[in-house]
Structure formats: C-alpha cells, structure tokens
Ligand binder design. Structure first.
Ligand SMILES: Nc1ncnc2c1ncn2[C@@H]1O[C@H](COP(=O)(O)OP(=O)(O)O)[C@@H](O)[C@H]1O
Ligand SMILES: [Mg+2]
Length: 235
C-alpha cells in the first residue's frame, strides 16, 4: 500500500532522515519505534506532505506522493493524528469532527462516519457540545483520532497516541487502535511505548538518529536481545 524508497529529509542543515526505506501492506499495523529525536515525527510529516523529502520516493498505491500538497494526500486516503493531539480548543467536539471531513462532499457518508466515531468513542458523543480545550488529555487524544477518521482514511498515521496518558487510558487507546484496524484501516503507529506498540503490531521498524536500524515482525523484534535492552526495559 505504501512504499518509501530511500528518502532524505533536511531541516536546513540538519539531516533528519537518512536514506529511509519502509513498506506497509494493506491491512497491517506497522509500528515505528525509536527514542526522542530519532526522526519518527519527521517521517510521518513527510508521508502526509507537511515536509518534502530532498530525494527518494513515496509511493501510495503505486502513485508518487512525495512532494504533493498535504490536502491532496488526505484526499488520496492518508490521515495523520499529530503528536500532542492539536485539537481546536475553542471549538466543540462536534465542530472538530466536522473539520476532519472538510474535504468531503458526501453528506450521507459523513453522517455515517459521525456515528462510527461516536460508536468507537462513546465519550465523545456524551461531550459533543463541549469545548474541546476543556477535555481531559485522553479525551483530546480520542478527539484527534476521531477527527482523522472523519476523512475516511485507508491509511492512518498515529504519532505517539499514548504520550502523557495514564496506564488504563493507554490500554483503552491501544484497544481502539486495534478496533480501527479490524474495520479495514491500515495503520502506521509511532510510539516510544515500544512494549505496547509491539503487542498490537504485525511488523515493526526501529529508527535511530534518522536511520532505520532494524526491521522485522513484531514477534521477532520483541525477542531480539538488542531491541529489548534498548527499548523494552531489558526484560
Ligand atoms: N522544525 C525543526 N527544525 C529543525 N530541526 C528539527 C525540527 N523538527 C525536528 N527537528 C530535528 O529533527 C530530528 C528528528 O526530530 P523528530 O522527527 O521530531 O523526532 P521524534 O519524533 O522521533 O522525537 C531531531 O534532531 C530534531 O531536533
Ligand atoms: Mg515525535
């Protein structure tokens, strides 16, 4: 579904992604794990068109999307849930969700997706008139995910959805990610919580200072001594 070939991304002189290649098959949950500053968000932003690679290819369903504007990438079926949620705090839950569908014209489909999102996140339905800035961190994460789903993506990019959440909520969010995947959405999940991410992923990549240093099935990486020592608390 997505094939990234040897991309390089720079912030001025900073070489943030160094020859990164990665593949995602339709239906998979793929996780990208790595320490703070490794280049995870940079990779997601490059896929979603917020950053442009200096060279290399990003093929989505065999079409080149590298360097295309973000809006056209959303239209093709890729949505991103940004790190730190970034909901519009002065707007209600419902208005934030409406914004997620702003490129769509199919009123009936939008209405169906509102119902789907409220089924997935009953908490959001209860709070649909509430100003988003007054939601808890977990609820804002749900809203950011719901908003991305309102674009009806076929590939969903999640940037550290568990960041700053209490353990019980982390479990809930991961369960919902699996549910979203089971309804047919392919997922690229960026996480520092490698244990949780590997527990739901089919395959994983490890990124260190802008380079992919390991790749394999989630089971393989969970059993690697090196990965355990560096990312899984050595257990
Ligand atoms: N806007 C920016 N300007 C300059 N450097 C940046 C910018 N954003 C990120 N970087 C740098 O690029 C590298 C990768 O950052 P990032 O992709 O945010 O890492 P991660 O998401 O894995 O924590 C880091 O060295 C970071 O300091
Ligand atoms: Mg990041």
């Amino acid at each position: 579904m997505l094939k990234i070939n040897d991309i390089n991304v720079y912030y001025g002189n900073i070489h943030a992604l160094k020859g990164v290649s990665l593949e995602i098959n339709q239906g998979e949950i793929v996780t990208l794990i790595g320490a703070n500053g490794a280049g995870k968000s940079t990779l997601l932003k490059t896929i979603s068109g917020l950053l442009k690679p200096k060279n290399g290819e990003i093929l989505f369903e065999n079409e080149q999307v590298a360097g295309k504007v973000a809006q056209s990438i959303v239209k093709r079926g890729i949505s991103q849930v940004p790190e730190g949620r970034r909901v519009f705090s002065n707007m209600s839950v419902e208005e934030n969700l409406e914004l997620g569908a702003y490129l769509r014209k199919d009123k009936k489909g939008i209405k169906e997706d509102f119902e789907k999102v409220y089924q997935l996140f009953p908490r959001l339905e209860e709070r649909r008139k509430q100003q988003s800035g007054t939601l808890s961190g977990g609820e804002q994460q749900m809203l950011a995910m719901g908003r991305a789903l309102m674009a009806r993506p076929r590939l969903l990019l999640l940037d550290e959805p568990s960041m700053g959440l209490a353990p019980l909520l982390v479990k809930t969010i991961f369960r919902i990610i699996e549910e979203i995947n089971q309804t047919g959405t392919t997922i690229l999940l960026v996480e520092q919580n490698a244990n949780m991410a590997l527990s739901i992923a089919d395959r994983a990549y490890v990124i260190e200072t802008g380079k992919i240093v390991a790749a394999g099935t989630a089971a393989e990486l969970s059993q690697s001594d090196q990965i355990r020592a560096a990312y899984l608390g050595g257990h």
